[in-house]
Ligand binder design. Structure first.
Ligand SMILES: Cc1cc2nc3c(=O)[nH]c(=O)nc-3n(C[C@H](O)[C@H](O)[C@H](O)COP(=O)(O)OP(=O)(O)OC[C@H]3O[C@@H](n4cnc5c(N)ncnc54)[C@H](O)[C@@H]3O)c2cc1C
Length: 409
């Protein structure tokens, strides 16, 4: 059994006895595996048609995984970051788009759980996420601003207790399919671009008008189109904490851990295909290893490094999850940002090695050893908040923090 595996202790109150027993007996690993099986079955079609992985997300709803992080008291399972990232990895092995949708949704839920307690609006939304298995999308990218998340153009307008916001949302993955959106905005018209708030909004309070399509190389099932996002509703939709703090404590760490786990899953799937290819080739040659075997070994090495890097960062995050000062420290912020950069590069490296191990059989878009889809999906990783931007942002911080004196510092 996985050391971080959690048993559920409180299924939804209105479920029947049978359902109650199922909930008690199913582990997150089993639930994740069930969703991964569905995701894997539709992965090629999702990629070919660039369509939303509906069956997989419906399966996640059926397994009640969309609300897994919600506290037990609010109807969820109180799942840990270990549980969530394990599922991101399992889904990444089956269908990268499903894994990324799951990863983005869980990041938004983590913000609600960590920063929404004590707010009647956000607690009610958490109850709904658990009970109705609402899918939450993310809107951070705006206009021509690229991945510069710590700067917003659109500002919240406020009159009495009602607020409104109109946002040029360049990219919202599964925007059309989501039940709610978590978005950033400038606090007010006279606020600086970095004085931001976070809002969690459900469908009743927003409209989306599509203004940009999604015809891309990979991650095609995320359906990350552009929209004009118009929000109107109660001011309680705004989180009371400034976005700056939510960004450092939750949004960045959880996004980077979940994304990296999904990318590691893609890399693992490519390694698995390369392993089958090399085994088959060796069997066909009377046990003689094919020349591409060295690339398979390189793929295994890269995957090992990738997984080690993620698990090390997971341990650090879990240790300091409730320690605001530790999360805000230069060391932690540098490490969690470098995780994104390194994990994304390693995922591409792993898949490339797997492709070279398989040769033409890997390069083909058809056949059991094809890793074309995996490569196209993995190539999104260094761009998704561009690594150049991340590295430029942390350059000063890495200069200021000391070089470790001991191995385990
Ligand atoms: C699969 C996928 C799903 C996505 N889903 C969402 C979503 O749901 N919601 C959302 O809001 N966004 C989403 N995004 C967008 C993502 O979060 C980034 O905003 C986007 O990828 C950045 O786009 P960009 O490369 O055009 O912009 P930029 O980050 O501006 O990069 C453009 C170019 O400028 C360079 N550059 C930028 N800054 C620097 C710097 N400081 N130093 C050196 N070079 C620099 C980069 O190297 C790059 O070549 C998604 C992206 C992908 C790939």
């Amino acid at each position: 059994m996985n050391v971080h595996e959690t048993r559920f202790d409180r299924p939804d109150a209105d479920q029947g006895v049978d359902q109650l027993l199922i909930d008690r007996d199913s582990s997150f690993v089993e639930r994740g595996a069930a969703v991964a099986a569905t995701a894997g079955a539709e992965a090629e079609d999702v990629d070919r048609k660039g369509r939303f992985p509906k069956a997989a997300i419906d399966a996640a709803r059926e397994q009640k995984l969309l609300g897994m992080q919600i506290p037990v008291a609010l109807g969820g399972f109180g799942a840990s970051i270990f549980d969530v990232t394990d599922i991101c990895y399992a889904l990444g092995r089956a269908c990268a788009s499903t894994a990324m949708i799951f990863a983005m949704h869980q990041t938004k839920v983590a913000c609600l759980v960590r920063h929404g307690m004590g707010s009647a609006y956000h607690e009610a939304l958490m109850r709904r996420v658990a009970a109705e298995q609402l899918l939450l999308a993310s809107s951070t990218t705006e206009g021509q601003n690229g991945g510069n998340i710590r700067s917003s153009a659109a500002a919240v307008e406020c009159s009495d207790e009602v607020i409104s916001l109109v946002r040029n949302a360049t990219v919202i993955s599964y925007g059309a399919e989501a039940d709610g959106i978590v978005t950033i905005a400038r606090r007010a018209n006279d606020a600086a671009s970095c004085d931001q708030v976070l809002l969690a909004v459900t469908k009743e309070n927003y409209t989306l008008e599509r203004n940009l399509g999604w015809e891309t190389l990979g991650m095609r099932g995320t359906c990350s189109a552009g929209f004009e996002l118009k929000i109107e509703g109660p001011s309680s939709m705004i989180f009371s904490e400034p976005y700056e703090r939510i960004h450092a404590q939750t949004m960045t760490p959880v996004a980077h851990l979940c994304w990296s786990s999904a990318w590691a899953g893609i890399a693992a799937a490519a390694v698995e295909r390369a392993q089958r290819f090399i085994r088959k080739a060796a069997r066909g040659a009377g046990g003689q290893m094919p020349p591409g075997a060295a690339h398979y070994t390189a793929a295994r090495m890269a995957l090992t490094r990738l997984r080690a890097m993620i698990t090390a960062n997971l341990d650090v995050y879990a240790t300091h999850e409730y320690d605001e000062r530790a999360l805000a420290s230069l060391d932690f912020q540098s490490a969690i940002n470098l995780l994104k950069v390194q994990a994304s590069e390693l995922a591409v490296e792993t898949v490339m090695n797997a492709m070279r191990a398989c040769g033409l059989a890997g390069y083909r878009n058809d056949g059991e050893f094809s890793v074309g889809r995996h490569l196209r999906d993995a190539l999104s990783a260094p761009l998704m908040i561009n690594n150049d931007r991340v590295l430029a942002n942390i350059a000063t911080a890495t200069l200021m923090s000391g070089v470790p004196a001991a191995l385990r510092d």
